[in-house]
Ligand binder design. Structure first.
Ligand SMILES: Nc1ncnc2c1ncn2[C@@H]1O[C@H](COP(=O)(O)OP(=O)(O)OP(=O)(O)O)[C@@H](O)[C@H]1O
Length: 265
């Protein structure tokens, strides 16, 4: 399912979280959202799943407007917020069983598969979530969104707080989904190599707008020439880091090709 946001505005009191944001995410792509703190990434995700409404503009998933068709869209979209809470008294496995029952999913062993997929051991899955570490909670959260085999996965900083093993397991899960399904995977991250490794496309958000978007190759090619933005890079490599720096600079230094570049084909 493709995702389209067009000229979206969202304010909270005096704060403008999204300021005319437009973005297209092709069906089946693995799409990384990069941005500074407060750029509007989480706000965009909440709008994409209908947990919040835009003040202006439109947000569509699979061609359907989220504000009109939110319920049906949420059945096909797995959304993992940045912070997830679980009922303390339940075990991880029970949390998954409750999620499965609420969604009316068949009892076909999918909770056990989800536990295994995210790298929780059977023993950990049987422990109460009140004793879970941050990383275990992130894994459980990911397991809940994988349960229905969604067409779209929207993951808000999925690797934040994970140890290196957890990060590797997350990468393996995304690579498995990409290889075996047509699902569209959208996640935001502050880890540029992670986006470079996993994503075929990416966008850089800053001050509630898309400053650059396109395939990883297009973005890298749009980066300033080595010698200006990339001077500190020993390898002189042009890449996402350079395009990111230039895209979020309030006054792009020298070559301004990256600022506002729209390389989405
Ligand atoms: N519910 C809210 N009430 C008031 N302000 C909000 C609310 N949600 C977001 N904001 C503000 O909107 C702006 C964008 O926030 P958002 O959480 O979307 O950014 P982000 O890119 O996800 O940031 P981070 O990388 O720090 O998680 C920020 O200035 C934030 O303080």
């Amino acid at each position: 399912m493709r995702i389209d946001a067009s000229d979206v505005r969202k304010t909270y009191g005096d704060v403008t979280a999204l300021d005319g944001l437009s973005l297209s995410i092709p069906s089946g792509s693995t799409f990384g959202i990069l941005g500074t703190n407060g750029a509007g990434k989480s706000t965009l995700f909440r709008l994409l799943v209908g947990h919040d409404r835009p003040d202006a503009g439109t947000v569509a998933v699979g061609g359907s407007d989220v504000t009109e068709d939110g319920r049906r869209i949420r059945e096909r979209v797995g959304y993992l917020p940045e912070h997830v809470g679980f009922p303390d008294g339940l075990s991880g496995r029970e949390v998954l069983a409750v999620h499965s029952a609420i969604r009316g999913l068949p009892r076909d062993g999918r909770t056990a598969r989800a536990v295994e997929r995210v790298g929780l051991t059977p023993d950990e899955a049987d422990r109460r979530v009140s004793g879970y570490s941050n990383g275990m909670q992130r894994r459980l959260g990911l397991a809940t969104v994988l349960l229905p085999d969604p067409d779209v996965l929207i993951l808000d900083e999925p690797t934040a707080g994970l140890d290196p093993r957890g990060v590797d397991e997350f990468h393996a899960i995304v690579e498995e989904i990409t290889a075996e399904t047509d699902a569209t995977v959208v996640f935001c991250s502050h880890v540029l190599p992670e986006v470079e490794r996993l994503c075929d496309r990416a966008a850089v958000l800053h001050d509630g707008r898309v400053r650059a978007s396109g395939s990883i190759e297009e973005l890298a090619a749009a980066a300033p020439e080595p010698g200006d933005e990339t001077r500190g890079d020993r390898r002189g490599r042009r890449g996402l880091r350079a395009v990111f720096r230039a895209a979020v600079a309030d006054e792009p230094a020298g070559d301004s090709r990256v600022d506002g570049v729209e390389v989405t084909s």
